[in-house]
Design a protein around this ligand. Structure first.
Ligand code: ATP
Ligand code: MG
Length: 323
């Protein structure tokens, strides 16, 4: 059974279609990364799956339960860490975790031990007894993460979990996500604007744009779709010889070095260097998820921006003629 199965999920807010017919299947134990520009519908999609927002139409099963008809059962199976921290300011960190553990019916005898463990995980052991209103932004977020994880949910929704965290805290959260997956087979749906995070954590990535999934594949396959690695060379370069190589896609000159697009640098770099002339420096940049994001979402964004700009110019022209 899939951990999550959605069928044509739609959410409209008045004129805005935030999620526009998403059908997805996420197997148990998968880390699924959801990427997309601001306003693409990421938070809305996972809010529907977490039963915090009602779909306009469509349906989904989460851990086998229907989000429209069995929201309480769904809620028992999931953990959520949302974009906006919702921990209680007037309680201490420890009290927040205690309350949450009671709500989820953790055995009393285990609660304190678990709280200690979670506080240590998010590096808040020494601040557990301070009021949350005295926490910094990053500390609140870390507490929020501890709360989402403490009851050991089967399915975890993480909406930009590492936003605003310092590099060490971010790495700690990444390691914990990996451990949840490997040791507990937890299914994790993660949104992020950090491409490196998605690349290193996600088994598969969905790129969402204007409420629709426009690409869905493994990070590796997505990078392969975008194509090529870039090799930067400086020195006395034999441009003509490079252009003749079958695995070279493009040769450009840029700020005193050559920028060469090449298929599979792992296999072909040596041949490139042999043919390239008197090379002084070499730098290789493999295709990253940033490139993937820019290609798929970025292209659409600039097309839409152009259309939008045209619309604005037309409107200004109309206003002017009316005057
Ligand atoms: N409660 C709401 N009322 C009206 N419109 C909403 C509401 N929630 C979201 N929207 C709209 O739905 C669209 C999708 O928003 P959503 O928050 O899902 O985007 P997102 O992908 O999470 O963006 P971000 O990366 O900025 O967090 C946006 O146009 C947003 O303005
Ligand atoms: Mg969001």
């Amino acid at each position: 059974m899939a951990a999550i199965q959605t069928d044509n999920l739609v959410k409209r807010y008045g004129e805005v279609t935030a999620v526009d017919g998403v059908s997805l299947e996420i197997p148990e134990g998968e880390v699924f990364g959801l990427l997309g520009p601001n306003g693409a519908g990421k938070t809305t999609l996972i809010s529907m799956l977490a039963t915090l927002v009602r779909p306009t139409s469509g349906s989904a099963l989460v851990a086998g339960y229907d989000i429209n008809r069995q929201s309480l059962d769904v809620r028992r199976q999931i953990g959520i860490v949302f974009q906006e921290p919702s921990v209680d300011d007037l309680l201490t960190g420890r009290e927040n975790l205690y309350l949450h553990s009671m709500l989820y019916g953790l055995p009393r005898s285990e609660i304190n031990g678990k709280i200690d463990k979670m506080l240590a995980l998010v590096n808040l052991s020494d601040r557990g007894d301070s009021f949350v209103k005295t926490y910094s932004g990053g500390m609140r977020r870390r507490l929020e993460i501890a709360r989402g994880l403490i009851h050991g949910p089967k399915i975890l929704f993480l909406d930009e979990p590492t936003l605003g965290l310092d590099p060490a805290s971010r790495k700690a959260v990444w390691n914990h996500i990996r451990e949840l997956k490997n040791a507990h087979n937890t299914t994790i749906i993660l949104t992020t604007h950090y491409m490196e995070e998605a690349d290193s954590l996600a088994d598969r990535i969905g790129i969402i744009y204007k409420g629709r999934i426009i690409e869905l594949d493994t990070p590796f396959a997505l990078k392969k779709k975008v194509g090529q690695d870039l090799v930067f060379l400086t020195g006395e370069i034999n441009e003509e010889a490079l252009k003749k190589l079958p695995f070279v896609n493009s040769v450009e000159q840029e700020n005193g070095h050559y920028k060469i697009g090449i298929v599979d640098s792992g296999k072909n770099l040596q041949a490139l260097l042999n043919a390239g002339g008197d090379i002084k420096e070499v730098e290789v940049r493999r295709v990253t998820l940033d490139d993937v994001f820019l290609k798929f979402a970025g292209q659409k964004m600039s097309e839409d921006a152009e259309e939008h700009a045209e619309g604005i110019f037309e409107r200004i022209a109309t206003i002017k003629t009316r005057r």
